[in-house]
Design a protein around this ligand. Structure first.
Ligand code: SF4
Length: 616
């Protein structure tokens, strides 16, 4: 099969953009003999090769699975439209990049759920791989479809299609699942028996073992666990993060990808508690690696890949407790080896002059800050503990260091937002412009450019704003107009995105099981690659909702009471509902919460560690 497919590929790849997306064979990709393994695992990223190949979680789990002698893990990405057309024309099924064998040949098909707008790509990939879409149509253990990643925190819209979900961090649970699968195949277990056994693994959620009933108003009445399935299902974390598995090699793509460099993962979790940020709550509690471990990880990756760039990855790298010593050591290494260091996710309030100097000595690129809201009142609502003076000081330091452009990120539609808050975005940008011109030693003959980049707020599960309605499309359109009309200077450039995709994101983020039929209908009508502007069909989506008798506003624009059973109420990510409700009340009162390093706010996530998160 692989040979005949290879022959076909040789012909058709000449007709598509970027054929390197579809051929495999990159440095450090893993080839095994299928006869020598017990489990063939397809790691599927429901987006293009360039997006998927940039994803750290995929790199980690690909290596972790392939380090086992009994598993061969391959990569599968969503083919772009031109190649899909060729695949259909030449009868080529979607295949694993290592063996070039069809998806239907794999034992386990695993998807990573990074964003809601990739959900329909899952359906398209299964279809192109000749794998039945519905769990009920896949009878045996072959083609078991599993998923993990941040959107697994509310997987309910996907339960018609995915047999089980892994909640939280995958490095341990993945091994346990492989061991069970192998044993179940040997024991000739039915799929139902396997799934019941899998539900007993910590962090594994098997939706078919839970019944959901509804009230007359459409809200959920009850979620009932069957066959001894756990209630709630608690996410998994790696307690000893310093010794967690980390790959020594990354696959080196033939073509440029979104992030094409060595990455070291500095820490997991976040101490900050920004109330809109789902990742900040989902990945709690905060854990970090020792700087020695990180240096070792970084050096090993550069040596095995030939990469000349290392980036430090986390939700907030500037909160890393050993940052100064890490940077010092890394800068010595990178200087000696002609390697660049990049440092994303900087917060403005601890952006010291010394730190900036260190970074500036290795790399000079555009600066980005994320005040998120234009007024102090609204920044307090969202618990973004950043003052206007922090933003201005950081920009002034950066300007003094030679930077002449700054990008500021904001959100529109945050809870309690008024038109004054929107005007405040531009006023803050203007103050940044003024700060540049007030500087005596500014670069001669150069102007400043401040880009205001605005996204639409989407309320997410497991955040204090999970109860809040999203603004309607009309409200967001009005606010965008108001923002643009408030601009006072040519030095300020406003960028925003069509908010229709945010509506869909809001629906699926807090959706329930009834949305599966809408997703299927929209997909059958041609909706996939929804996060790509050129492929997004809002009209088709709205038609699918209408035909299924489901009102998207029920999910996107409705306020939830604290008493409501939410579609994810049976899943436990460590953070308690009581804490989220308390934070929600504090938000409405514009009261802030201290970061975890200063004071524990008793969110509940420390139970996953079995002790306190920090010593105070
Ligand atoms: S238990 Fe306390 S310190 Fe730990 S994550 Fe929650 S609020 Fe932060």
């Amino acid at each position: 099969m692989a040979d005949s497919l290879k022959d076909k590929l040789d012909q058709v790849l000449l007709n598509v953009q970027k054929p390197a997306r579809y051929i495999g064979g990159e440095l450090n990709s893993v080839i095994k003999d299928k006869q020598d393994v017990d489990i063939r695992f397809a790691f599927c990223f429901p987006d293009t090769y360039e997006v998927g190949m940039s994803h750290l979680g995929m790199k980690i789990l690909y290596s972790l699975l392939n380090d086992r002698d009994d598993v061969w893990c391959e990569r599968v990405f969503a083919p772009w439209l031109d190649f899909e057309e060729q695949m259909k024309k030449h009868n080529i099924p979607l295949y694993g990049l290592e063996s070039l064998e069809p998806l239907s040949e794999f034992d386990i098909i695993g998807f990573t759920l990074q964003y809601e707008l990739s959900f329909t790509n899952i359906l398209n990939m299964l279809k192109l791989g000749n794998v039945p879409l519905l769990c009920s149509e896949r009878k045996g253990l072959k083609n078991l479809v599993v998923a993990g990643g941040p959107c697994a925190c509310n997987p309910e819209p996907l339960v018609d299609f995915i047999d089980l979900f892994m909640l939280g961090e995958g490095e341990e649970v993945m091994h346990e699942l492989m061991d069970l699968y192998k044993a179940s195949v040997k024991a000739n277990d039915t799929k139902e028996t396997f799934l019941q056994k899998a539900s007993q693994i910590g962090g594994v959620y098997v939706p078919s073992l839970y019944d959901v009933t509804y009230n007359e108003d459409g809200t959920i009445k009850e979620i009932i666990a069957k066959e001894n399935a756990p209630l709630p299902v608690q996410k998994r974390i790696i307690k000893d993060f310093d010794s967690v598995y980390y790959p020594e090699k990354f696959i080196v793509p033939f073509i440029g990808t979104v992030h094409d460099r060595a990455i070291v993962e500095v820490l997991r979790g976040c101490i900050r508690g920004c109330r809109f940020c789902q990742a900040g709550f989902l990945y709690r509690p905060f854990r970090e690696k020792n700087s020695d471990t990180l240096i070792k990880n970084g050096k090993s990756l550069c040596e095995t890949t030939g990469y000349e760039e290392i980036s430090l990855s986390s939700l907030s790298t500037s909160d890393y407790s050993q940052l100064e010593s890490l940077l010092t050591e890394f800068i010595d290494y990178t200087n000696d080896n002609q390697v660049n260091l990049t440092l994303p996710s900087l917060r403005v309030d601890n952006f010291s002059e010394e730190l900036l100097e260190k970074i500036a000595s290795v790399r000079k690129s555009g600066l980005t800050f994320a005040p998120e809201a234009g007024t102090q009142r609204l920044r307090d609502v969202i618990n973004k503990n950043v003052l206007e003076s922090d933003v201005l000081n950081s920009c002034t330091i950066a300007f003094a260091g030679g930077y002449t452009s700054v990008k500021l990120y904001f959100m529109l539609g945050l809870p309690t937002e008024t038109l004054d808050d929107i005007k405040g975005i531009i006023e803050l940008a203007q103050k940044v412009v003024n700060a540049y011109y007030e500087m005596e030693n500014r670069p001669k003959g150069k102007g400043v450019q401040v880009t205001v980049s605005v996204s639409t707020f989407v309320p997410k599960p497991f955040t204090p704003f999970q109860y809040e309605p999203q603004d309607t499309l009309e409200m967001i359109d009005e606010k965008q107009k108001h923002l643009v009309q408030s601009v006072t200077s040519k030095k300020i450039n406003v960028k925003y995105h069509d908010s229709k995709t945010s509506v869909l994101e809001a629906v699926f983020a807090r959706g329930d099981r009834r949305l599966g039929k809408v997703m299927l209908k929209a997909y059958q009508d041609g909706c996939y690659f929804d996060s790509w502007d050129e492929c997004f069909h809002y009209g088709k989506w709205m038609k699918a909702f209408e035909e299924c008798g489901i009102d998207p506003a029920f999910y996107a624009n409705r306020k939830r009471s604290y008493e409501e059973v939410l579609p994810w109420s049976h899943l436990d990510y460590g953070v308690s509902e009581r804490f989220l409700q308390n934070e929600h009340q504090k938000a409405v009162a514009s009261t802030t919460t201290k970061n975890c390093r200063l004071q524990c706010s008793a969110c509940g996530a420390n139970k996953l560690l079995g002790g306190a998160c920090f010593e105070y």
